[in-house]
Unconditional design. Sequence first.
Length: 419
Amino acid sequence: MQVMKFGGASVKDAEAIRNVANIMVQHATEPGLTVISAADKTTNHLEKLAYLARDGKEAEALEQFERIKRFHHGLISDLFENGAAEVYAQVDGFFEEVERIVQGILLLEEFPARTYDRIVSYGELLSTSIIAQYLRQRGEDCIWLDARTCIKTDASYAQANVIWSVTSNLIEKQVQPLLKTGRILITQGFIGSTISGKTTTLGREGSDYTASIFAHCLDARRLMVWKDVPGILNADPRIREKTIKIDNLSYEEAVEMTFYGASVIHPKTIKPLYNKHIPLYVKCFKDVSLEGTCISDQTNAELVTSYIVKKEQVFARIKPRDFSFMNEQLMEVVFNHIYKTGVKVNLVHNSAISLLLCMDDIPARIKAFESLLLDRFSVDMQQGLKLYTMINFTIKDLKQAEGARMIQQHDNKLFIVKE
């Protein structure tokens, strides 16, 4: 069997949904499950809706709510020639639930992480409901599966951790029998639930991870992730004019690229596949004839220089206040604070009297981290930086190091932190 995943750009409008439906039908010759994200930027729009409600901007919040509702009603209107009453009823049922959550936020003027997960989960619930009903209208035998009944997590809202033992058991019991029927099976990316049934999310852009969870638990033959690019490129085409498609990547190479900021695949996606040697194919939904990129045990035979840029970075220089050496004891203190505050560290460099860190700029976490350090350390923070990572770099790439805050070279990788 196989698992496929489609992101928000692939289902951004009615024409795109028709294209995705065609791809799903073409691949229905073997048992499979398809994971689908929220349509277009719906997750962002739901997030904005909640923030408007939290800030007491009732009129703007209601306008935003109606905007999201009109968008999905527009999809239904464009996709369904007849028999749309059932899909309207299901979609409007979801919107009634969203409206109740918004009213609760307006009343309390609070937006805790648990409520965040509840409201943003509706993007996937809406898109998959519409697509499942559309396939049925076309005469396809399609099942809509609520991912929250299968993927069980802890209560770390907005960044929930999968409880693998429970999840594997539920997927085996609920999904395996459905696959044997030969019907098209659709579910949501990004969302799960706690053991007690409270909705959780796996982190932004987490639908790739959802697909790899299902692929792992179902012992899939392959996972196919459909994107708007011909495969994994050696650079972001929005940043670098000339790019090269990479035909094959090893799991290790793919993990390195995603960790340092390559956005084609979610960083958590690879491990579940690696553990069962399941190949991941990155394919183009705009041209299904393209071969794409295969991530597997096979290492890329031809070395291609890859350029990755990670924005919104903070550079910290941490020094002991008493001019002590930055020894293992003091570094342990710093790293305990990193663990406590959840700061995401991308690069570390130590000298005799200082520790240099490059971190993702998540303001609340950075502020908490800095406040813990100030008792024993002086801290100099610089924001608004970028982390440039070059894999299989050349001598010519060293020229980018001018004006850098930090430079590191490791194996075949060059790391530069600069404006």
